[in-house]
Ligand binder design. Structure first.
Ligand code: AMP
Ligand code: GLY
Length: 446
């Protein structure tokens, strides 16, 4: 008798630790066969997809569309931003494959920072930041020379979290800031200059079906390469979440306000006849001037997906289908009331000149027996060896009743890994959380 085809033939695009966590969450559902396209061989995803894995550029939409057709895919989940920018969801929708990932017009919320800022201004949405948009170097230089303020300089498009540079922080002089802005203008044609804000940042990820927006627990990630939050911005070195879904420095009211901003953004898009179906990630900052929206991503965060997906109590495939059908309203979303801590093992000198080809030795079964989950990112496998590339290598996730407990689990696991040269051990430590809570005078909960 021929084997019965799985009911859910799901295509996942992307090969980082975030996608490993997405794949794991999808495979927790019944009757799933996973298919993966990624430009790197992720050992975790190779296993989850039982070899239904194609190494290919994630932007190659013609190939992906054809492969999805031949594999009779009936649901697609897009993990990273690059295929969103080139309109892979538009292509998959055109062949009737429901897709978790916004069409390119909607994904502009991430792919064009000026689109988002203008949308917020036009619809008078809270959380706006003062900004100036430049397309020519002369007016930009004049503007900067005539002002005594510090600004954040932002390329319009995707920069993998590494393109934003802040005056007073990343530049030694105004001249350096001008040089950077001019280079961005020369290379991309557009530059946003924003007022420099100060405050703590947090991430609110949401499920969105075009109308309904359902929140996930808040996460704080740590983008700076070095302990003490210094050094260059990276894709992120790690993250944590609390069991109550808030953070030491964020009140429920502030969380609700952030959610309301995302709802208004989605409704503004709807008003423009643009349907957003996918994951929407809001990066917020609590400042003296109130809650500000720093940026939107049109996908899960990496690593923030790793904090929240293992806690999701609903069937993730059902949630994905509801996103694509516009029926999220009927879903009562629940997450386990647990704290999480994620720390990335990265190549030596990550954030500066990452060293490729360094071995990382870990006994996955042993680490898992300590209660810590292992998510593979961008590694090269040579025989039994796992070697670093220029990107992040492995994420370890601890889950506990408190952040302290989850953090201790991860640190214990890290002590078992050889080649863990570059890890931010300060992430989610008691001292760090106390410092953050003290800044806002909010009592620490679990
Ligand atoms: P983005 O890619 O827009 O999230 O920016 C990356 C990081 O730069 C943010 O997480 C902030 O830490 C910082 N940043 C962005 N915009 C501002 C701003 N207007 N003022 C101060 N810091 C900012
Ligand atoms: N953690 C930052 C990002 O995913 O963009």
């Amino acid at each position: 008798m021929a084997a019965k085809e799985a009911l859910n033939r799901i295509l996942l695009v992307g090969g980082g630790a975030r996608e490993h966590a997405i794949g794991e969450a999808l495979c927790r559902s019944q009757n799933v066969e996973l298919f993966v396209v990624a430009n790197n061989r992720n050992p975790g995803l190779e296993k989850l997809s039982s070899g239904n894995f194609v190494k290919r550029n994630e932007k190659d939409k013609d190939f992906i569309k054809d492969w999805a057709l031949t594999q009779k895919i009936n649901l697609a989940v897009i993990g990273l931003e690059d295929p969103l920018e080139v309109g892979l969801p538009d292509e998959l929708n055109s062949i009737k494959i429901p897709t978790v990932g916004p069409i390119s017009l909607a994904a502009q919320l991430e792919t064009s920072k000026i689109f988002t800022r203008n949308l917020m201004r036009d619809y008078n949405i809270q959380g706006q930041v003062e900004y100036h948009y430049f397309t020519d170097a002369n007016s930009f230089r004049k503007f900067l020379l005539s002002s005594s303020q510090d600004f954040a300089l932002k390329p319009i498009g995707l920069t993998a979290g590494k393109g934003v540079k802040i005056m007073g922080e990343h530049f030694k002089s105004k001249g350096e800031a001008i040089d950077y802005g001019e280079t961005v203008l020369h290379n991309t044609g557009g530059l946003i200059v924003e007022e420099r804000l100060f405050g703590e940042e947090f991430t609110l990820q949401t499920f969105v079906d075009g109308e309904t927006v359902l929140p996930m627990p808040l996460v704080q990630d740590f983008k700076r390469a070095l302990e003490g939050d210094v050094g260059p911005n990276t894709g992120s070195m790690g993250s944590y979440s609390q069991s109550d879904g808030l953070l030491p420095f964020v009140t429920k009211e502030e969380r609700d306000q952030a959610l309301e901003i995302i709802r208004q953004v989605i409704h503004a898009l709807r008003d423009k006849k643009i349907l957003y179906q996918g994951i929407l990630y809001g990066q917020f900052m609590i400042t003296e001037k109130g809650l500000k929206l720093i940026e939107i991503n049109a996908r899960f965060g990496d690593p923030e997906a790793i904090n929240v997906l293992p806690l999701l109590e609903n069937d993730f495939v059902n949630v994905c289908r509801a996103i694509t059908k516009g029926t999220l309203k009927s879903i009562d979303i629940h997450f386990l009331r647990k704290a999480t801590v994620c720390k990335y093992i990265t190549p030596p000198k990550y954030g500066y000149e990452p060293v490729q080809g360094e071995p990382i030795k870990l006994d996955t079964a042993k680490i898992e027996s300590l209660g810590v989950r292992v998510y593979y990112a961008k590694l090269e496998k040579k025989g039994d060896l796992l070697l670093t590339t220029t990107s992040r290598s492995i994420a370890l996730l601890g889950i506990g009743d408190s952040v302290e407990q989850a953090e201790a689990l991860v640190e214990h696991a890290l002590s078992q890994v050889q080649g863990n040269d570059h890890v931010r051990h300060d992430i989610a430590t008691k001292e760090l959380l106390q410092r953050k809570a003290r800044g806002r005078k909010i009592p620490i909960s679990a």
